[in-house]
Each structure stands twice: as structure tokens, then as C-alpha cells.
Design a protein around this ligand. Structure first.
Ligand SMILES: NC(=O)c1ccc[n+]([C@@H]2O[C@H](COP(=O)([O-])OP(=O)(O)OC[C@H]3O[C@@H](n4cnc5c(N)ncnc54)[C@H](O)[C@@H]3O)[C@@H](O)[C@H]2O)c1
Length: 405
């Protein structure tokens, strides 16, 4: 589907001039993620001290629709040919909000043109594409050109706090994690075909779409690596209405996995897009020998914490309202208790990306981290195809620095 992508050996230095010159931004895609990212670009400088930038151009396929979206979302202009946009001298950042099958081709070309790249998850649809992107990112980084993958849930303040508490040893030795990401937008068997239901455009179904987030969270929260995987995939609705009648669904509706981590901890991952009644439920439970953390995206300002080192007669889950200036990212927002929402995670993501560009540091999660997740996704598919047999992985160490405020 995509043309082959190869990193060039030499990436030009970042294509912006004097430090004071605003960075020119182009976003590719203007639907769901294009809108969420545009909103973040529009408000990030109102809350955080970030380098100057300009929302230059929004790219889509339909000239009239993308022009209307550009006007609505604060972009100076619109375009329909991403290739000519990434070659422009006044574009320094390319924000890829297009479907997974386009990620590799755009990212490799943009990095080769010396543009900093933010790309939505999952990194790519195949390991080969993800490896090409990671190789291109490494070449570009050597020339000061940065790249990052948009696992935005790392920027939920409560989850950034959870990571801090785990790193500080507040849970002791983490024994096991339960990660469940459940949605129901495909529960209705009459729900129509989209690019998300075709293997050639989406790579996989619930697996790449939402297990990628859940696996990234396990790795982020624990600062760990996956060494073994078992998996199972299932498609409950095999044909759905397309433009010319029923079409085959070629991806999974739901996936299950167990992960062994290098630390010895075990994680279970369960994802579904047919979990009737569950709208966008990402639940994470982390169990250590000295405590437990609970998180639910539907209450994203809260963290449940049990300190098992307290006297037993005083123990119990406490609800931390993660809304104090001391908490990650929150000093910039509203007075304490004036809660934030899902869209703020994208603002935090843009903030961290811009600061990394300013500082010349590698933003996290890097493409290497995205590739690690991709290897876990591929191992789940491999295991599922082999009746859930155990698949070994050899994770490479990556920088997992958190960029939290
Ligand atoms: N971080 C998250 O929480 C989250 C949520 C949803 C989607 N995503 C990811 O974001 C990406 C996009 O998903 P989406 O839900 O926004 O999809 P979408 O279908 O809503 O939007 C895709 C956009 O890509 C554009 N596009 C497609 N082909 C193009 C081309 N050749 N040139 C220019 N534009 C083109 C379309 O016009 C559309 O604007 C995917 O990788 C998806 O996995 C992330």
C-alpha cells in the first residue's frame, strides 16, 4: 500500500533560522486527531512557555473541506499535497495525524527534509515501516532533528504522577499489572466499514489502535521492557456494510495478551472495540508488594492509591485528586480542583515536543519506544496465530525519560 521507505544517510540540519524565528508547523490530517492536535496547537502558548511557532498549514485530501477546517482550527492556510508542504522552507515541524498506513512514508520524507516530526500512534502498520522510521529518526537526531510518537496518555497528569510514585518505590516491587482498554463503537454489527477495519490500511484492529496505548502505558509506568508475550485475537463481526455491499473485516475486534516484563512483573492486557457499554474505558491497576495504584480514564483527574506500609487498621484506597500545582503539568492550568479533560493531554504533548526541540533533547516517547510497542503487538499476533503460544522478545534499551512538568 505504501511506497517503500528508506532513511537517507544524511538529514539536513533543522530547517529553521535564528533561534527567535517562529517555528512553522504543518499538520497532516484534519479529522479526529487533526482536530485534537489543532486544538492543542491553538492553546499551548496560552498556558505554557514554549518557543514561538506559527500554525502555517493544514493538509487534507479534499481542498474545500480542508480549507474550512483550517479556517476553523486556526491554520493560516490549507493544502492537499503533503509532499510539497514538507519541502517548504517555512515549515519546520510536521505533525502527522493521518491513518497508520501513511505514517512511515510521510515521517521518513519529513525527517529527510530536516523537519521535526510528531506522529500519531501506532508508529506504523508493520515492523518494516516502524524500523525504517526509527532508523530515519536516529539519522535525523544526529543532526538535531527531533521526532516523537503521540502516546498522549503519558501526558495525563494522574498517570505521570503514577509513574513518579512507582519510580520512587511507593509500590515496592511491582508484581502484576492489569491493563484494559475497552470501547463499543463497533458493537453494532451494522456499523459500517472504515479504513480502521481493513488490514491494509489499519495494520490491525483493536490491537494496534488501543492495545498500543495500553502496552505503552505498562512500559511507561513501570519503566520496564517486555520479554515474553502470549496473545489471542478475535473478530466477532466478520462482514460489515461497505459502499458496494457487505465487505470482509480483516482485523481483530478484540485482543488479549499476557506480558512478562524484564523486572519479572506480569501484565495482562485486554482490549476491545465491541465491549458494549464501554465508551473509552482505559483502566490500569498496578499491584506492588507495598502498595497499589488504580486509574480509570473516565475519571482522569483521580488516582487511587493504597499504601500497604501504613498500619493495617488505617489502610484503604485513598482518592488523590490530581489537580494541585505540585502535580505534573498542572501548575499551568486552573486553580486547584478545577479539573482538566482528555484534550489537555494533547496540549501537554505539544508542550513537551516544543521544549525538546528548543533544548535539542530527545522527546519521549521516541520512535524507538514506538518500535518496542510495535514488536509487542507483532508478538501478540504471532502468538495468536500459534494458538497463544509463548513468544520471546529481546527488547533493546531505550531512553524513557519523562517530560512531565
Ligand atoms: N492518540 C489518540 O488517542 C488517538 C485517537 C484516535 C486516533 N489516533 C491515531 O491518529 C491517526 C489518525 O486517526 P484519526 O482517528 O484522526 O483518523 P480520521 O479518519 O478521523 O482522520 C484521518 C485524516 O487523515 C487524512 N488523510 C488521509 N489520507 C490523506 C492524504 N493522502 N493526504 C492528506 N491527508 C490525508 C484524512 O483526510 C483525515 O483528515 C491514526 O494513526 C490513529 O491511530 C490516535
Amino acid at each position: 500500500m505504501t511506497t517503500p521507505v528508506r532513511p537517507s544517510d544524511q538529514t539536513p540540519a533543522p530547517a529553521h533560522g535564528p533561534a527567535s524565528a517562529p517555528l512553522g508547523v504543518a499538520a497532516i490530517g484534519y479529522a479526529f486527531m487533526g482536530k485534537a492536535h489543532s486544538n492543542a496547537w491553538r492553546n499551548v502558548a496560552s498556558f505554557f512557555d514554549v518557543p514561538a511557532f506559527e500554525q502555517k498549514v493544514l493538509v487534507g485530501r479534499d481542498a474545500e473541506s480542508v480549507a474550512a477546517a483550517a479556517a476553523k482550527y486556526g491554520w493560516a492556510e490549507s493544502a492537499t499535497d503533503w509532499r510539497s508542504v514538507i519541502e517548504r522552507d517555512d515549515i519546520h515541524i510536521v505533525d502527522i495525524c493521518a491513518p497508520g498506513w501513511m505514517h512511515a512514508e510521510i515521517a521518513v520524507a519529513a525527517l529527510a527534509a530536516g523537519k521535526h516530526v510528531l506522529v500519531e500512534k501506532p508508529l506504523a502498520n508493520t515492523i518494516a515501516e516502524a524500523e525504517a522510521m526509527t532508523a530515519a529518526a536516529a539519522v535525523a537526531r544526529a543532526n538535531g532533528v527531533q521526532s516523537m510518537i503521540g502516546f498522549n496518555y503519558r501526558r495525563v497528569p494522574a498517570l505521570a504522577l503514577a509513574r513518579e510514585l512507582i519510580a520512587e518505590g511507593r509500590l515496592g516491587t511491582v508484581r502484576h499489572v492489569r491493563a484494559a482498554y475497552l470501547q463499543d463503537w463497533l458493537s453494532d454489527a451494522e456499523s459500517p466499514m472504515t479504513w480502521r477495519l481493513r488490514k491494509e490500511t489499519a495494520g490491525s484492529g483493536a490491537l494496534g489502535d488501543i492495545a498500543s496505548h495500553a502496552i505503552d502505558q505498562v512500559l511507561f509506568l513501570l519503566g520496564d521492557a517486555v520479554t515474553e508475550v502470549t496473545g489471542r485475537l478475535h473478530t466477532f463481526v466478520n462482514r460489515r456494510p461497505g459502499v458496494d455491499g457487505l465487505e470482509d473485516v480483516t482485523v481483530d475486534d478484540a485482543a488479549w495478551a499476557t506480558l512478562t516484563l524484564a523486572s519479572g512483573a506480569i501484565a495482562s492486557v485486554e482490549v476491545s472495540r465491541v465491549a458494549t457499554g464501554q465508551k473509552n474505558s482505559l483502566k490500569l491497576e498496578i499491584y506492588g508488594d507495598k502498595g497499589t495504584i488504580l486509574f480509570d480514564l473516565e475519571n482522569l483527574n483521580e488516582l487511587g492509591f493504597l499504601d500497604a506500609t501504613a498500619p493495617v487498621r488505617e489502610q484503604g484506597f485513598r482518592r488523590i485528586l490530581v489537580n494541585e500545582p505540585e502535580h505534573p503539568y498542572l501548575e499551568a492550568w486552573w486553580p486547584q480542583g478545577h479539573i482538566i479533560g482528555w484534550e489537555h493531554t494533547f496540549t501537554h504533548q505539544i508542550r513537551d515536543f516544543l521544549l525538546a526541540i528548543r533544548d535539542g533533547s530527545q522527546p519521549s516517547p521516541s520512535f524507538e519506544e514506538g518500535l518496542n510497542v510495535q514488536h509487542v503487538l507483532a508478538a501478540i499476533e504471532e502468538s495468536a496465530a500459534a494458538k497463544s503460544s509463548l513468544i520471546q522478545l529481546s527488547p533493546k534499551p531505550t531512553s524513557t525519560a519523562t517530560e512531565g512538568a
